[in-house]
Design a protein around this ligand. Structure first.
Ligand code: G4P
Length: 534
């Protein structure tokens, strides 16, 4: 087999996706059940510990423990049937939303878990917006059908309305909560019966050639059988045929129903997912779109994880391979640093044990040991000069000025802040006069993480003063003198990011609107994506 043909085969085998949900909808439980199918874990409960406990906002040890575990579960790769599955974990805690957004740039599709009682929740909506930014295909799993919840038709309406996406039920529930009897899979024309006492992976799936078949009355009772017939007819009329092209372009969400906790509907979800979900996709760069089939290797870093052992300063950079074949010990070009690097110990994340890999393919995520070369968003190539787009910094929502509490450790503090912000823990803005440093985050928890890690990893101590800003807007203008003028007048509200781009730190919606009308030539960007547009 020629080299390109074997690479093509590897690409087609791979499915790289994320599972997303509002906290508590069942993401962790579903992830764990999927891993059980792949034989990647032996027992339930293994992924569970990855959750940041709701009450842990000031429990530093808890944060540390979580960081340790989350390295192991950042990427979970396993084989199922003839496919290689890469699940990228996304933190559910809202304070880590930015981490989740970045991880979503490295997936090709997502499974969104919705709690049948709570329906579409705040975090679900936000995550959907991020998926829409790059038309990521979404499959919805409506979970907890063993509990009382909303009417299935109402849920579909709510999803279409709040998430602004068309839906297509692929399976349909028979009853809910106490009366839940199972689901009818319209795609495969079979019945999957629910029995709360049965938690084995294999269940009885009954093939039903036609819903008119009288056997159905015996299996689920006449009343439910008739209701199912009516509802399925209605669904066929309202939602029509499944349209694969619409799903793949992010316009239509196939819907499944089940109960992750009871391992019900999970295998069905997994197998349908493998049937319909996209193979690794290409990515845009500032030069051209790079397709996975290209011969030459390329990839980007979407996440950096510090070593939890403070004695070892090395970090792991997570690299998503976009094109070609990655090989161990081969020199690749680090575009931002214009430097050749090779990696003797790249790791894969198969079956939750880290092991050194010799080669990896598009769709794969590998871990690269790093002593400080990488920043989030960095591109590696086989030599060509281009940068992948689409790892923007989002506008933070909380801002605090950092104070050095130990003048003897100024260097350590500066180094620590620089490295932690490279890792994407928070964003750094420098303000004048005096080079004051303001940290911007999306959640309160990050400040505790920073303070704790500066102390434990860098020996520096700091405190924070809250700043009254509500958004960071990157500014661009064809006429630099307008920006200079703005900076002069609003010096107390302008910071510079790490690449020295000017950023308006707006104190309120009102004052942002006022700035926009006073300076119509200046564009105020809510995220840093514009940096790659030119
Ligand atoms: P998350 O990662 O999305 O935050 O949710 P997670 O899987 O941790 O699930 C949240 C809670 O919902 C857990 O209960 C879990 O057991 C429960 N759950 C998940 N799927 C189902 C389901 O299909 N049916 C029912 N009835 N419950 C489900 P918990 O009590 O908060 O946690 P734990 O004590 O079980 O760990």
């Amino acid at each position: 087999m020629s080299n390109t043909m074997s690479t093509q085969k590897e690409i087609e085998k791979r499915r790289t996706f994320g599972i997303i949900s509002h906290p508590d909808a069942g993401k962790t439980t579903l992830t764990e059940k999927l891993l059980l199918f792949g034989g990647a874990i032996q027992s339930a409960g293994a992924v569970k510990n990855n959750k940041i406990k709701k009450a842990a906002t000031s429990d530093f040890m808890e944060i540390e423990k979580q960081r340790g575990i989350s390295v192991a579960t950042s990427v979970m790769a396993f084989n199922y049937l003839d496919k290689q599955i890469n699940i990228l974990d996304t933190p559910g805690h809202k304070d880590f939303a930015e981490d989740t957004y970045r991880t979503l740039t490295a997936v090709d599709s997502v499974i969104m878990v919705i709690d049948c009682a709570n329906g579409v929740e705040a975090q679900t909506e936000r995550l959907m917006e991020v998926c829409r930014m790059r038309d990521t295909p979404v499959i919805v799993f409506i979970n907890k059908m063993d509990r009382e919840g909303q009417d299935a038709f109402d849920l579909l309406d709510e999803i279409e309305e709040k998430l602004a996406i068309k839906v297509k039920p692929m399976s349909w529930p028979i009853g809910i909560g106490e009366t839940f009897k199972g689901v009818y899979n319209m795609h495969r024309k079979n019945l999957n019966l629910f029995d709360a006492n049965k938690t084995a992976i294999e269940r009885d799936i009954i093939k039903i050639d036609s819903l008119e078949n009288k056997d159905l009355n015996d299996i689920i009772g006449e009343e439910d059988a008739n209701l199912l017939r009516d509802e399925v007819e209605l669904i066929d009329g309202v939602y029509g045929e499944y349209d694969s092209e619409k799903y793949l372009s992010g316009k239509l969400a196939p819907i499944f129903f089940g109960s992750a906790l009871n391992n019900f509907g999970v295998q069905e979800l997994l197998e349908s997912f493998l049937e319909i979900s996209p193979t690794p996709k290409g990515r845009e760069t500032d030069l051209r779109k790079i397709e996975p089939e290209e011969n030459k290797f390329s990839g980007f870093v979407f996440k950096i994880h510090a070593n939890i052992d403070p004695k070892h300063r090395d970090r792991i950079a997570f690299l998503r391979i976009v094109s070609g074949k990655f090989e161990r010990n081969k020199f690749y070009k680090h575009i931002r640093l214009d430097k050749k690097l090779k990696f003797p110990n790249p790791t894969s994340f198969m079956a939750s044990t880290k092991e050194v890999v010799d080669e990896a393919y598009p769709g794969d995520v590998i871990g690269l040991y790093d002593s400080g070369n990488f920043k989030i968003g960095d591109t590696l190539t086989e030599g060509e000069n281009f940068r992948f787009k689409g790892i923007p910094s989002f506008s933070p929502e909380l801002f605090k000025e950092i104070q050095n509490d130990n003048p003897m450790k100024t260097k350590q503090l500066e180094k620590g802040v620089a490295q932690l912000t490279d890792e994407g823990v928070a964003q750094l803005f420098t303000m004048q006069p005096g080079n004051r440093k303001v940290i911007g985050t999306v959640g309160e928890l990050q400040f505790e993480v920073i303070q704790y890690r500066l102390e434990h990893e860098y020996g520096a101590s700091c405190s924070f003063t809250p700043k009254n800003f509500f958004k960071a807007c990157w500014m661009t203008c064809d006429d630099q003198s307008k920006i200079d003028d703005f900076i002069r007048r609003k010096v107390g509200n302008v910071g510079f990011d790490k690449d020295l781009n000017p950023v308006f730190l707006a104190p309120s919606t009102f004052l942002l609107a006022q700035a926009e009308s006073d300076y119509p030539e200046i564009v105020f960007h809510k995220n840093s994506e514009f940096k790659l547009d030119d």
